[in-house]
Design a protein around this ligand. Sequence first.
Ligand SMILES: [Zn+2]
Ligand SMILES: [Zn+2]
Length: 108
Amino acid sequence: MHIDRKVTGEPDKEDVRMSTFCQKSRKNSIKFQYEGITKDPKKSERKKKAECRVCFYSKGRIGGCAITTTPCTICGKKMTFESTCTDKHCHECAMKHKLCRHCGAEMD
Ligand SMILES: [Zn+2]
Ligand SMILES: [Zn+2]
C-alpha cells in the first residue's frame, strides 16, 4: 500500500487536531486500564468472566475482525470468536484451573 502525503512545510492543522484528540482519548483509556489493573474495582465481575486483571481492563484488544474458531487448549472444546484475538481456554477450564481464559496466566 502506498500513502500519498501533501508536503507543505507546515504541520497539517486538521491532522494535529485529530492526533491531539486521539492522544487525549488514549490517555483516558490508559488511565482507566492503570486504575483497573492496580485497584481492580470490578473484581467479582472479572472473576466471573475468568479473565486476569490485564486482559479484563485492557479493552480494545488488537485483532482482526473475522469469525475465528479455535479449540480450548485444555479440553479441546471449539470456541468461536468475532475477531482473530481469541481466548486460550474455555470458560469452564479457566474457572476450574484458576487461569485467565484469554492469556492463560494464573488468576490473582
Ligand atoms: Zn476447555
Ligand atoms: Zn489474561
